[in-house]
Write a protein that binds this ligand. Structure first.
Ligand code: B3K
Ligand code: ZN
Length: 898
């Protein structure tokens, strides 16, 4: 489907300012689940910067129009239609009141106003506000809002909206009201309301300038004991934004509300963040260390949006990365600072490694398929499909590169200028880049290509040592290789790539760095090369011995580095590189190379074998007590099956699974005693602690357990896992034990111990939906066998009384886990996984198009698979294409098939 042939394609190039502006909005809600009446009074005027339009076009969806008045008088020339409301021949400036009705009880899309668990919630980004009332629902229309909520007091005792509470009181017939005012102008996508039976954990803190702030975390009453961590994360976020960026909370009150039916993670509505329960609720019994870390990150992310997103927002949705890339970067830095402060490079590196792993596994894959798009896309059919890894994660890398180029202080100067220029405005990615450039006295014209070119850049490296001259030259070449057609058409020229490099001597220490033309060596042993041409050579002088290069330290740019390291060199880097990220990277390169060779053999039925030197390299990490446990866990974890399959010329999930399992088993058996010793040594007896150190111990110990579960004779692992399961005082250990039990028994078609633990887990946590999500996910992602294919387990679980397709978390825990996180089982040769996928996409399409479209994406790389799988996937995609109704899913499957 070429863009030009497609109706309803929205293009960045077509941006035009709105014909009218809305300065103030007064909303009144009579909240009734099946029939909520909304009265919307707006001050409207013509936009002096736009061309004249006699009609006023407002967006609206799924609304029942009641009436319109202009300046208090009924207005007859109002025509409601499928996409909104047209008002003919309006004056230049007027007060408009529109009354309409919506049906939150029947709104399963979870966009607009909806009911979850008997309470009302909203989700407006990107285009949900038009499902609540008629409006100029676009981010460059900013207004101040007052909101009056009226509802039954018994059913909805709590009534919340953005900003500050002005007034509340009683009404006749058991109803009550609350009136809220948000003093800041905002686009409609940041509007929110919540009404229902909720309770709050409250805290009062003083902000940097000494003003008192009320912080609240609102949840259902039975969840109040799981709010402490979210509150602590919020307080830490407030402090961090003050100290790192000089940004203070601008409202008297800041609220977080948790809801169990939610399409994504959370939403940064002004002063009233609404969160998926998954990113709020935690105590040691119900949440893993990963959950705790994710909550901290998401609470931070939404809070940081208050400045990067809300105070300065996007002119149009093509600029989404302006707020998302920047805010992801900020939340990543926040988490790194929380873990390691500014100076503990090893602790910071663990966060960096985790983020890069996600980027490479998910964003690089996106960039290689039919959904490839630049950080600032050129067109879309459905904007909700563009809340992507590219906009968020690659966008964050793009922001990080400014900091890599200018340093923390230079980056801060750029941020300060950005706010000075644009506070209160709706702006573009170019405005951000210009602020960074101007604050640092730099021309960043070339850097714009990071926003406009899709595809993952490749940097190939050639090195040459001249012993006589003591010169070491590094030649870098950049390009995109053989990229997806969607990406190719955006690629116009070389990028400015900050390429961080170090040189390592024979003793494993960094060498001093002096580039040709410099008078002396710098103190720092890492240098950021500004690589701007297609090919460029950098020459280091006074290099007394032939070094080993440490390339792209700390992953200084989102690129693929090609350099022909030998296995011994990688083992050396793994043992010595002063850059912790690159130490990890060396291990990953070594493992990836081995695994891909083995997968190639497995695909052709050649027997597998693993070189002893690889086992030895891993053994050194496993037993190196000078390394932090968290780092060792990351270094010992093999690249994921999905990542490996993507690296193959022809993706073969079964071969990848066989290869990876072979290596895991080999490492398990060869290093059995070491795994056992590590398992014992890193136990964390006593009360649960959520510190990075304690969680590092648990991670390493549980990784050891998972390797032990691979032993040819898993009896010992089963004994340890059962004991750990029974004794666990926290969810990290309990779920890791359950997972080890499931995997240890997979080859034999399941075991009594595994089944007992599963049953116990369900009974124990029956009343904790987030834990039951884990119960579904663990089963959907477990290893299968010929006697016991996981699809059969999944199909059985679909009929479980606790399964509910309408709840996105539950749908994700079972269906997405199977389709996206269990490749070897999902890509079964018989096509059973694809048939299941098609059924579920079609079923979800009728309920919740946004969630359906996410699931639809799990087949987008179909062209890269082996022929049998390719045919099966194409058939499934065609089936879906012939049946789906939503614009969301249609865009995905049509792009996949094009
Ligand atoms: N801004 C929201 C995402 C909205 C997604 C709309 N489909 C959450 C976030 O990125 O913080
Ligand atoms: Zn965000």
């Amino acid at each position: 489907m070429a863009d030009t042939a497609t109706p309803n394609v929205i293009r960045r190039a077509d941006y035009a300012p709105p014909a009218f502006l809305i300065d103030t909005v007064a909303l009144e809600f009579d909240l009734i689940p099946e029939r909520t009446v909304v009265r919307n009074t707006m001050r409207v005027r013509r936009n002096p910067d736009a061309s004249h339009a006699s009609n006023f076009e407002l967006m609206g969806e799924q609304l029942e129009f009641v009436n319109a008045t202009i300046d208090g008088a009924p207005f007859a020339q109002a025509h409601a239609h499928e996409h909104g409301l047209t008002l003919d021949n309006v004056p230049d400036s007027f007060e408009l009141t529109l009354t309409s009705i919506c049906n939150p009880a029947e709104n399963t899309t979870l966009s607009g106003l909806y009911v979850s668990g008997g309470n009302f919630f909203t989700q407006c980004e990107a285009e949900g506000f038009r499902r609540i009332t008629y409006f100029l629902d676009r981010p460059d229309v900013m207004a101040t809002f007052t909101v009056t909520l009226r509802a039954s007091k018994a059913d909805y005792p709590v009534l919340l909206s953005n900003g500050n509470l002005l007034e509340e009181g009683e009404l006749p017939d058991g109803r009550h009201f609350a009136r809220w005012e948000d003093p800041f102008r905002k686009p409609s996508y940041l509007f929110a309301l919540v009404a229902g039976k909720l309770v709050a954990l409250e805290e009062r803190v003083k902000s940097g300038s000494g003003k008192e702030k009320l912080l609240q975390v609102w949840v259902e009453p039975h969840d109040l004991d799981k709010t402490r961590h979210a509150m602590d994360s919020l307080i830490n976020s407030i402090r961090w934004d003050e100290s790192r960026f000089g940004l203070e909370l601008d409202l008297d009150r800041f609220m977080i509300v948790a809801v169990s039916d939610f399409n994504m993670g959370a939403m940064e509505n002004k002063g009233l963040n609404i969160f998926n329960t998954k990113y709020v609720l935690a105590n040691p019994e119900t949440a893993t260390d990963t959950d705790f870390a994710n909550i901290e990150a998401v609470v931070g992310h939404e809070y940081f949006h208050n400045w990067t997103g809300n105070r300065v927002t996007c002119r149009d949705w093509f600029q989404l990365s302006l707020k998302e890339g920047l805010t992801v970067f900020r939340d990543q830095e926040f988490s790194a600072d929380m873990a390691g402060g500014a100076t503990d490079e090893a602790a910071r590196a663990t966060k960096r490694i985790e983020d890069v792993r996600v980027l490479r596994q998910m964003q690089f894959a996106e960039d290689a398929g039919p959904m490839a798009h630049p950080v600032r896309p050129e067109s879309y059919v459905e904007i909700n499909n563009f809340y992507t890894m590219t906009v968020y994660e690659k966008g964050s890398e793009v922001v990080r590169m400014y900091q890599t180029l200018f340093g923390r202080d230079g980056f801060r100067k750029g941020m300060d200028l950005y706010f000075k220029r644009h506070d209160g405005q709706a702006v573009t990615c170019d405005d951000f880049r210009h602020a960074l450039a101007d604050a640092n006295g730099r021309d960043l014209a070339q850097f714009e290509r990071w926003y406009s070119q899709a595809g993952t850049p490749r940097v190939s490296v050639r090195t040459q040592y001249d012993a006589a001259q003591q010169r070491y030259s590094v030649t870098l070449t950049q390009g995109y290789g053989d990229t997806a057609p969607a990406a190719r058409e955006t690629q116009k020229g070389p990028l400015l790539i900050p390429f961080a490099i170090g040189l390592i001597g024979k003793d494993g220490h960094d060498l001093a760095l002096q580039l040709e033309g410099e008078t002396r060596a710098s103190e720092a042993t890492t240098r950021v090369l500004e690589f701007t041409q297609t090919e460029q050579t950098f020459t280091f002088v006074n290099v007394a011995q032939e070094p080993l290069p440490s390339l792209l330290r700390n992953f200084s740019a989102p690129v693929i580095v090609e350099y022909d390291y030998s296995a011994d060199q990688l083992a050396f880097l793994l043992a010595h590189d002063s850059d912790p990220f690159n130490r990890w990277e060396a291990g990953q390169r070594l493992a990836t190379r081995e695994l891909l060779t083995l997968a190639g053999r497995a695909a052709t039925g050649v027997p597998l074998q693993l070189d002893d030197s690889v086992v030895a390299a891993f053994a050194r990490v496993l037993t190196d007590e000078t390394l932090s446990p968290a780092f060792r866990e990351l270094a010992l974890m093999l690249p994921s099956e999905a990542y490996l399959a993507e690296q193959m010329a022809e993706s073969n999930p079964a071969a990848v699974h066989a290869a990876r399992q072979f290596v895991r088993k080999r490492l398990a058996n060869a290093l059995r005693a070491d795994w056992l010793a590590v398992y014992e040594k890193h136990r964390t007896p006593g009360a649960y602690e959520a510190t990075p150190e304690a969680s590092g111990h648990r991670a390493l110990k549980n990784l050891a357990l998972s390797y032990l579960a691979e032993l040819d004779d898993p009896a010992e692992a089963v004994r340890l896992a059962s004991a750990q399961y029974d004794a666990a005082n926290n969810m990290t250990d309990r779920s890791a034990a359950l997972s080890a039990l499931l995997n240890a028994s997979a080859a034999n078609g399941g075991s009594v111990e595994a089944q007992q633990a599963l049953d116990d887990f369900y009974r124990r946590f029956e009343k904790e939906p987030l834990v039951i999500d884990k119960w579904f996910a663990l089963q959907a992602t477990q290893r299968g066998s010929a006697q016991r294919p996981v699809i059969e387990i999944v199909r059985k679980l679909m009929a479980h009384p606790a399964f509910n397709l309408k709840n996105p978390n539950r749908a994700r825990s079972l269906i997405f886990s199977f389709c996206a996180a269990n490749p070897a089982q999902f890509h079964a040769e018989d096509g059973s996984g694809y048939a299941f996928w098609a059924e579920q996409v079609i079923a979800l399409d009728a309920i919740n198009p946004q969630v359906a479209a996410r699931l639809a994406r799990s087949l987008e790389l179909w062209r890269r698979f082996t022929p049998t799988l390719r045919d099966g996937m194409r058939a499934a995609l065609e089936k879906v294409a012939s049946q789906v109704k939503s614009r969301d899913v249609r865009e995905i499957v049509e792009k996949a098939l094009a």
